[in-house]
Design a protein around this ligand. Structure first.
Ligand SMILES: Nc1ccn([C@@H]2O[C@H](COP(=O)(O)OP(=O)(O)OP(=O)(O)O)[C@@H](O)[C@H]2O)c(=O)n1
Length: 407
């Protein structure tokens, strides 16, 4: 027997095997497919599982409902029904398909009961492996197992045709290569270079989604460098300047040295010249929170020290800025900035008049407190005494200078 995935390897997904049986796995009508099979064979943890089935979507819905499994018709035109396991885990169940036509962004599909046809419309050989839920046998129509063993990301059939069907596959090629690849497949690379301008036709959200995933892969630095060198990124991020790859490389080294997980937005911020962040964030339609982080990540650190910075801009943003500027972030990782342990009332109790002067004095106390490294409440009381006294002094001094009529 060749390569198999023992059925108990899927045990982490409670109810998955039952779902597969409901869909006729024991009769060869349902198999696990795609990233879950690829990653399981590579020994990488799997977050979600897709199932391919020869049943039409309506039959899938009926079978799931009969078995009391929640079925959500998430993409019926493409044959996809989402089954929800008792744990809440969603599993996409998609009817075997073949492409009828495509414009590179949207595909029109027809259903089939031919597993090889379904495999033939997928992107890479390593993504077109099916695992039989009951026996564990792997169906490999295009040499995906050999490519997986060689860590070679290879398009199924003609790369140019695969890219014409879905332009996003250019970015997927680099993403999977950056994640798993050893030597890059020359035919695939050449096809991606030749068709790189096709990327401009894609929706910005899809581009952003792929780029952000690519930036956190283990080999992102080298692969992004290759993409810049071969003109691929010019179609997607024309803002990248001559130093972008070097900044990204330095950031990746610092993340590793500090034991901080790679972060896509932080890495994108490093790759771009700071003045481009705002425009890129808007163009790629990033969420407001991500756009804020992207712009803030390169906004500089000031001179208040790492914790002072974290107090001012939040710990996560401080980590971004410190890593990008090459400073040690260890004192702010996992640190929650404390709250100033004194209120305006405490200053009024020391004789200050309610109003703007209290806010001003409070800011002064805070400034000292931050500069001294967030000392405890006893020290803050002393600071409040000193600041209140100095405010009272200066107001009485100005009152007396006004009354004496001197300038
Ligand atoms: N442009 C695309 C996108 C997806 N697929 C197929 O759909 C499967 C699922 O796609 P997706 O969930 O995007 O990727 P995964 O392979 O599951 O990998 P990951 O979740 O790690 O991104 C892929 O394995 C591949 O067979 C494809 O052929 N062409």
């Amino acid at each position: 027997m060749g390569v198999t995935i023992a059925p108990d390897r899927w045990d982490a997904f409670a109810g998955l095997a039952d779902l597969a049986m409901v869909l006729g796995a024991d009769a060869g009508q349902a198999r696990y497919v795609g990233g879950a099979v690829r990653d399981t064979l590579l020994g990488i943890p799997v977050a979600d599982v897709d199932i391919a089935t020869s049943h039409a979507p309506e039959a899938v819905i009926a079978k799931l409902r009969d078995a009391g499994i929640k079925a959500v018709p998430t993409g019926l035109a493409h044959g996809t029904v989402t089954a929800v396991l008792a744990s809440g885990q969603p599993v996409e169940v998609t009817t075997l398909r073949r492409d009828v036509s495509t414009d590179g962004r949207h595909a029109l599909v027809a259903f089939t009961d031919d597993w090889r046809e379904d495999a033939a419309r997928r992107d890479f050989t390593m993504n077109a492996l099916y695992a039989d839920p009951a026996t564990g046998a792997i169906s490999d129509f295009f040499g995906g197992l050999a490519d997986l063993a060689a860590r070679r990301v290879r398009f199924i059939g003609d790369p140019l045709q695969r890219i014409a069907e879905d332009h996003l596959r250019i970015l997927r090629f680099f993403r999977f290569h950056a994640r798993f690849g050893d030597a890059i497949d020359a035919d695939g690379l050449n096809a991606c270079v030749a068709r790189s301008r096709d990327l401009m036709a894609l929706s910005r959200e899809r581009i952003a989604g792929e780029m952000l995933k690519l930036l956190v892969t283990s080999n992102a630095v080298e692969v992004v460098g290759l993409m810049v060198e071969r003109g691929i990124l010019l179609s997607v991020l024309p803002e990248i300047d001559g130093e972008g790859c070097a900044r990204l490389a330095s950031l990746a080294l610092r993340e590793a040295a500090a034991g901080i997980a790679p972060d896509a937005i932080r890495r994108l911020a490093a790759l771009l010249p700071p003045e481009a962040s705002e425009g890129v964030g808007a163009r790629l339609k990033l969420s407001n929170a991500d756009r804020k982080r992207l712009i803030g990540a390169t906004a500089g650190t000031g001179d208040e020290g790492p914790r002072g910075l974290a107090y001012r801009v939040g710990a996560a943003q401080a980590v971004d800025r410190l890593l990008i500027t090459g400073q040690d972030p260890s004192t702010v990782v996992g640190w929650s900035p404390p709250r100033l342990p004194v209120s305006g009332g405490a200053l009024v109790a020391r004789g200050l008049e309610k109003g703007p002067v209290v806010a001003q004095a409070l800011r002064e106390v805070e400034r000292h407190w931050v500069a001294e490294g967030f000392p405890d409440a006893a020290r803050v009381d002393q600071l409040a005494d000193v600041v209140a006294a100095s405010f009272l002094n200066s107001s009485s001094a100005s009152a007396s200078s006004t009354s004496s009529g001197r300038p």
